[in-house]
Write a protein of this length. Sequence first.
Length: 471
Amino acid sequence: MTQTTAWNHFLDSPKFEPGHHAVQFFENDSYLAEIVSRHIAEGLRQGEAVVIIATAAHIDAFQNELEADLDLSGPILSEQLVFLDAEETLARFMVDGMPDWELFLQAIGSLLERMASKHSRIRAYGEMVDLLRAEGNLDGMIRLEELWNDLARIYSFSLLCGYGIRGFAQESDLAAFERVCGRHTHVLPAETYSAISDQDGRNRAIAELQRKAAVLERELEKKRLSEAELRESEARLQAAIRARDEFLSIASHELKTPLTALILQTQLKKHKIVKGDLAVLQPASIVDFVDSTNRQLGRLGRLIDDMLDISRIAYGTLVLERSRMDLGLLVRDVLGGLAQEIAGSGSELRISVESAIEGEWDRSRIEQVVSNLISNAIKYGKGKPIEVAVTLHEGVAKLVVTDQGIGISKESLVRVFERFERAISANDVSGLGLGLYICRQIVEAHRGRIWGESELGQGSTFAVELPLTVT
Ligand code: ADP
């Protein structure tokens, strides 16, 4: 059995006698185990009957402490030593949240009576009251303390109650703490100052100080937590600011590229006309010029749309306009619209689309998703074959776009669905890193899911699942 240097044997001295009702506060279970096991050992040594009403974990701890020095089987068999589970015992006499005197008498009184017939003195330890405190049943707790005091008028026993001091660690627990102290003949402070004085008032003051220390400790812990939260949210904020700044620089670069191309083209045209090179006014040349201008304007428009979508998502105003539509037909339309780009990339297109996959979706938003995934496959597909499949399974439509291009590393794959995240550096391929983020928002708004599977250099597969109906 371990020794507590500050232990002054008060509980085991003749000063603690039948009729006394002490409260022992404790900070750590190990200290309580030490106190109670010594108390039990001393009781057995004096030939007293001992009843311990504690939680299963505490009973284990007490027995472990004792069994190093004592064989408990004899005292337990002869009922000199009785362990009762606090929760079970409490359940035997609690009625509507309050202890019932008659039932309490049956549960505890009859045991004490049997013990008293064989032993001249009885010592009891209980922590049912601490269980009631933990439940927040303070009135039940005080009532039970009073019932113990009433029981002491019928049977002769000394009683020790155990309370965790941290159970009173809120400023508002002061009244409960005082009521508990007031129902006991002796207050025994917790281990941080366990040298017990002869003056009970002093012990009580010490226990009160310990309670205040527990209050401060709790507040400090709360403060530490909120400081950690603050640091965390600051780090998140800094990361968001960095992402935004990076986005702004990529966005301005991206917006400038088509604009610069347009300005150069028009300047060149003007220069040629001024110089008298009228070939630029030939219909074929003008058609080329208009096509190229349209492409650059289209690119500008898409970038601006993406930026608008981002702010819509941020302000929660991305509203779906659902209508009945066929996903397979839409995918074929999108592929038709991208025919020139696909041809330009050199990628062979392999399509497998089941027919009549109809659902209630926002047509233009789903078009945006399909177009983004296929455009990425073209952009990052290295001119190798691209497969597009649309299937239906158990009320869920599935679109899968697979390329054999540059692929994405595992670390980047988890980021690409985030805002402003790009797997490769800004200079490599143009894009704002917004497309997949917007796709995810759209798909999730449809109660669907989107994910990617890829390895660096091994191509990528992006898949979307959409439930056919709104549930
Ligand atoms: P971006 O406009 O930059 O293409 P996305 O959000 O569509 O933005 O994609 C985010 C990043 O994910 C891209 O910058 C690219 O690094 C990576 N990515 C997306 N699709 C593919 C793909 N099929 N193969 C390889 N990388 C891809």
